[in-house]
Design a protein around this ligand. Structure first.
Ligand code: ADP
Length: 631
């Protein structure tokens, strides 16, 4: 989802939520106040209708008082004179006063005269029987002990409810004693209700409490109406609302229910207002929303899109000389500036890298040509070395024959086989012999070394029993050790397998090392040859307690012609090639040579050789089968 559609969605959702919340709030608040207004007006109307009825009763009351406090009536209730009847109780009186009933009751509670009148047909009618039940002796309507007491209210007669007033009969001066009661009545019939309706301009309906079936709303509303809640308001639907009031009779019994209907114009107005409000809210919201979106798009989204397009075009083209477009002076423009700075830095580093790469390429080419040159030189050197070794080998070989002749003749002459010589001549001949022998050993060593270096020495490797080889070596070196009174110990690990080596070469290595150990150990020194197994290898050590070698010399003594500056070394002589030959031969076998030594205390020269695989028997040596089985 793009940032633009996310923003659109967010603004849309916020806008919608706002409209819904506003709608709910306004619906609740606005419609509640409109409903309250409607209720108030309906209540006023109900009260107006009730007032009209009460006014009706008040008029009837003052009428009754007028008639009751009159000397003629005062006399009439005593004598019931016909004159009073003919003058006053005529039909016109009933029509004019809109009366349906006039009853005269004397002080003993007996009705002395009564007339009922039908106002519709304008004719006299019999006093309704049902009325008599309201006039028991001593009843509310008939007995007035107090001249002030007037009873007014409603009674429910089977045919119609009736507005009724009973006043005490007094003199014209409102004086007693009370001679009975005058009761005037007016039916609350349809014409009277119509009159009241017209007067109040309200559609009135009156239900009887005792009639069944009573209208539905009547049944449900009665329980809610009481002294405290005399008026109830109920909407009848979308079109009209009704106000209800309970009316009680003279005994305070609920007998009638008045209903005032009203159109719901206030409510409808409320609905309209709400609809207009929401519509205008929608319109304003839409305008604001679109404006906000346009603003956001102009100020943020389109600029962001331009930035992102700029960055990705740099990414895809790889052209670091391009810059992203910048507009305005805010965080986005700062971001653009920062991006451009970054691209600039990248451009600089990439240029630098390019230059370095070029430099490296040039150097690599240079190095390559130098390496080729070196390889060529190395080949040349190798060839030269080869030629040198060949030359040395030839030279040594050519030197040995005349040397042997010189040595041989020197010996002959010393032994006086060629004639008598004096002491001085003998000494000279001995010097010739010694120098000749030294030269011969030097030539021999040079010959060995050059043969090894030129690769002419071919190893004739086979299985060699070290124990036997060392035993024969012991015998060989005895003539060297004896004059120096040096001892030689041999310690070969039992069950040491045969080593894989060229026996002749190995004998020469051992001889060189034991010869050195003897040479560089003072007289009566102790020498030892040791052989142990180390994994798949055999380590042979030649140990002495001689002059030892300084740490810094321990590496270089394996180089050719190196002889250390020690008195014993000078005295005992040597060529400086023995250890070089040892190192070359052992390394040809795949082994390694090293020295461990403490200056002044002795040295231990070690070398390693590969062991054969669990083979103990020395071929052709009797008795070795036994050893084989022991191990
Ligand atoms: P050289 O013919 O002199 O023995 P080597 O190559 O065998 O020549 O030895 C080189 C030098 O190493 C010797 O001259 C000596 O100084 C030193 N060296 C060799 N073996 C021993 C040893 N066992 N003890 C002390 N020094 C030794």
């Amino acid at each position: 989802m793009t940032l633009r559609s996310k923003t659109l969605l967010t603004v849309g959702i916020v806008f919608l939520a706002l409209i819904i919340i506003l709608y709910i709030i306004s619906q609740t608040l606005l419609m509640r106040s409109f409903a309250r207004l409607e209720e108030q007006r309906t209540r006023q109307n109900v009260e107006q209708a009730l007032n009209a009825l009460s006014n009706d009763l008040l008029t009837l009351k003052s009428l009754t008082s007028d008639w009751a406090s009159w000397d003629d009536t005062y006399a009439f209730v005593e004598d019931v004179n016909q004159d009073y009847i003919q003058t006053n109780l005529v039909d016109d009186t009933f029509t004019e006063l809109r009366l349906n009933l006039m009853l005269f009751v004397n002080s003993s509670g007996q009705m002395v005269h009564g007339k009922a009148f039908d106002l519709q047909n304008e004719e006299e009618m019999t006093v309704p029987e049902s009325l008599l039940s309201y006039l028991p002796p001593g009843g509310l309507l008939v007995s007035h002990s107090d001249p002030e007491s007037i009873v007014r209210g409603i009674i429910l007669l089977p045919e119609n409810p009736m507005l009724i007033v009973s006043a005490p009969i007094l003199t014209s001066e409102d004086e007693g004693p009370v001679r009975g009661a005058l009761i005037l009545g007016r039916y609350l019939d349809s014409s009277e209700i119509e009159r009241l309706s017209g007067q109040t301009r309200l559609p009135l309906t009156i239900y009887r409490y005792d009639r069944s079936p009573a209208p539905g709303d009547f049944q449900t509303l009665v329980p809610f109406l009481s002294e405290e809640i005399p008026v109830l308001i109920r909407p009848l639907g979308k079109q009209s609302v009704a106000g209800y009031a309970l009316m009680r009779d003279i005994y305070d019994k609920p007998v009638l229910l008045m209903r005032v209907d009203m159109p719901r114009d206030i409510y409808a107005q409320g609905q309209d207002t709400l609809a207009y409000f929401i519509l205008s809210l929608l319109a304003v919201g839409a305008v604001l929303g679109v404006t906000a979106l346009l603003f956001l798009d102009r100020q943020v989204l389109s600029r962001l899109t331009r930035l992102s397009r700029g960055v990705s075009s740099i990414g895809t083209s790889g052209d670091l000389s391009v810059r992203v477009p910048i507009s305005g002076k805010d965080e986005l423009s700062k971001l653009g500036v920062a991006l451009n700075v970054m691209v600039e830095t990248l451009e600089r580093s990439s240029n630098m890298l390019k230059r370095k790469n070029e430099l490296l390429d040039a150097q690599t080419k240079d190095l390559q040509s130098k390496a080729e040159e070196l390889t060529a030189q190395r080949r040349e050197v190798e060839k030269a070395n080869q030629r040198k070794s060949e030359f040395m080998a030839n030279m040594s070989h050519e030197l040995r024959s005349p040397l042997n002749v010189i040595i041989g003749f020197a010996e002959l002459m010393i032994d006086e086989l060629s004639g008598k010589i004096d002491q001085e001549q003998k000494q000279c001949l001995n010097d010739i012999l010694n120098s000749g022998q030294h030269l011969l050993s030097l030539v021999n060593d040079v010959l060995d070394l050059s043969r090894i270096e030129s690769g002419k020495v071919e190893l004739k490797s086979g299985k060699v029993a070290l124990e036997r080889l060392i035993a024969s070596l012991t015998r060989t070196v005895m003539p060297i050790l004896s004059p120096r009174k040096q001892s030689l110990d041999v310690d070969v690990e039992s069950c040491l397998p045969l080593v894989y080596a060229d026996e002749g070469n190995l004998a020469q290595v051992l001889l060189n090392l034991v010869d050195n150990a003897s040479k560089f150990t003072p007289d009566e020194g102790k020498l030892k040859v040791e052989a142990v197994r180390v994994g798949d290898w055999c380590r042979v050590s030649v140990i002495d307690n001689g002059i030892g070698i300084k740490k810094e010399d321990q590496e270089r003594i394996f180089e050719p012609f190196i002889r250390l500056e020690e008195p014993l070394v000078r005295e005992r002589g040597g060529t400086g090639l023995g250890l070089t030959v040892v190192k070359q031969l052992i390394e040809k076998h795949g082994g390694r040579v090293w020295v461990e030594s403490e200056y002044g205390r002795g040295s231990q020269f070690n070398f390693t050789l590969p062991l054969t695989n669990g083979d103990f028997r020395n071929p052709g040596e009797p008795g070795s089968e036994k050893e084989d089985t022991d191990c």
